[in-house]
Design a protein around this ligand. Sequence first.
Ligand code: AMP
Length: 321
Amino acid sequence: MEKKIYKKIQKYNTIVIARHIGPDPDAVASQIALRDSIRKTFPNKNVYAVGASVSRFKPIGQLDRNNIDVSDALLIVLDVPNIARIDGVNFTDFKEVIKIDHHPFVDKMGALEIIREDASSTCEIIADLILNTKLIMDEEVASSLFIGIASDSDRFLLPTTTGKTLSIASKLLNDYHLDLKKIYNILYERPFDEFKFQAYITLNMTITENGFGYLKIDNEKVKEYGVDSSTASILVNNFNFIKGLIAWAFVSYDEKQELYKVNIRSRGPIINDIASKYNGGGHKYASGARIKNASDVDVLFSELDDACQKYNEELLGNMDS
Ligand code: AMP
């Protein structure tokens, strides 16, 4: 499959690389790394990484303009399983589409797809693609890839981390002399206000007797702490490994889109099948949902709480038997 993808890249003069709306570092880093590698390998091709830019991810790399003639172009979609969540391009305008992703399969996008649910990150798959073809890997590309791998595996903490993840990360680190201090500054340096807001969440979240934690974040509080409404999506990852907390969700209201954005994480029950009932989806243990009515948020929370209860009961049942 990697060789077939390389041949398609060789064939097209214009290549656009897209990813999901509301990007995370893996989504942005994978498109920047693949774009830079293709540009270095084929300097005469027009290669663009597109989608709305997020100011906090600018140090990962600059995205490109979006008024491109794509009638004869190849689209490579990264880190997104469904067509509706592709950012910045009209999927049907392109001559051909390739998808590379590590989410559970949702929509078919083209004849060539690499879907590896066992991969820690899309960057891990792109690293494999580059290392196994004639695409160029250098310090800049390797550094972007390491950012995506480290971030999506939560610094190799999540169970999505495999021996393969570590061996690819090790190869990038050793062979391309990465500057870890610089990389971790890009990923983890944050404003003190955000740290204070994390303390607010910690002090105010409710944890049910089943181990489900939740907080509805008020936009007044967001203003008071000097953060923005998307901050909860970043902080949600910091609540792992708390005793008695097996799944947790934060909800914030997006005034522009007039909907509730829910970030859900679990180290117990599988949550993406629940999220998918609420205009959401994602990974088994890291999902999101977009909800119009406040009452549906409560229904989602109660379903997540039930899932925690069931998980605990099954765990107890297994211990008894
Ligand atoms: P987040 O909580 O936004 O970091 O998202 C966690 C995971 O769920 C990521 O893989 C997202 O791509 C995915 N995700 C978030 N929101 C949605 C949604 N509304 N529909 C489908 N997948 C989503």
